[in-house]
Design a binder for this molecule. Structure first.
Ligand code: ADP
Ligand code: NI
Length: 220
């Protein structure tokens, strides 16, 4: 990367860090940081534009529509404005916008069109990796609490949502979220590296759930 690109990334890092400092819904700065670092790691094994990967990782959650009255355009529009202000060329802005727009999970039975660029595949894998495993479990309970969800209720069954609105509005217990999203992500990974990294995190969630039910049922 050249000096201009490095200075742009530094500026965006500062901007994102400030914005996410006091966030407690699972979208804190350290989530962005991990997605940034793991995207970079996956990119080492792929033929990708590392500047676009890192810009997209840093900006992927910049303005989550879930926290903006369901305005699904807010994320990529905010990213676009930031990049324009930093004099990034139009072609790169378009590529980052595409990734920010298409990265999110929208419900188990909602069709998620495959990312069309390798940079998008990488950042989406990184974001999904941070939603599973030990970190994913921590984030799910943080997010669940933020949405006033209970931990578990055996009488409420998981729902495989077929539309984004229902998925977004769901206040099902957080354990259900494992079946509604987290356990599905392993098979949705785009890159070989992503798939490999997902396996151990996925297995850990299974172990966690087994132990959870054992304790729930007074078996241990
Ligand atoms: P994405 O990165 O795909 O847009 P979200 O922004 O929906 O993901 O979610 C951010 C984090 O919060 C993820 O770890 C996700 O699994 C978790 N999360 C989202 N919805 C819920 C929910 N209803 N209950 C518990 N955790 C959730
Ligand atoms: Ni994210």
């Amino acid at each position: 990367m050249n000096n201009f690109q490095l200075s742009v990334l530094n500026k965006i890092e500062e901007l994102v860090k400030n914005k996410f400092q006091n966030e407690s819904s699972g979208h804190d700065w350290w989530h962005i940081y991990r997605v940034w670092k793991i995207s970079t790691k996956i990119a080492e094994f792929e033929n990708a534009d590392i500047f676009i990967v890192q810009l997209s990782a840093l900006l992927h959650d910049i303005a989550d529509w879930k926290f903006h009255d369901g305005n699904q355009d807010i994320g990529y529009q905010t990213a676009e404005k930031i990049l324009k202000d930093l004099n990034i060329e139009e072609d790169i802005i378009e590529k980052v916008k595409y990734i920010v727009k298409n990265i999110s999970f929208k419900g188990a039975k909602v069709n998620h069109p495959k990312m069309e660029t390798i940079e998008g595949m990488i950042v989406q894998d990184a974001d999904r990796l941070d939603a599973i495993g030990a970190l994913g479990i921590a984030r799910a309970f943080a997010c669940g609490a933020h949405k006033n969800q209970v931990i578990y209720d055996p009488n409420i069954k998981p729902i495989l949502h077929d539309n984004i609105d229902a998925y977004f509005k769901s206040q099902n217990p957080t354990i259900n979220h494992f079946y509604e999203k987290l356990l599905l992500l392993k098979d949705m990974m785009n890159t070989q590296t992503g798939k490999k990294l997902a396996q151990e995190r996925h297995d850990f969630m299974q172990i966690y759930l087994n132990q959870f039910y054992k304790e729930w049922n007074q078996e241990v």
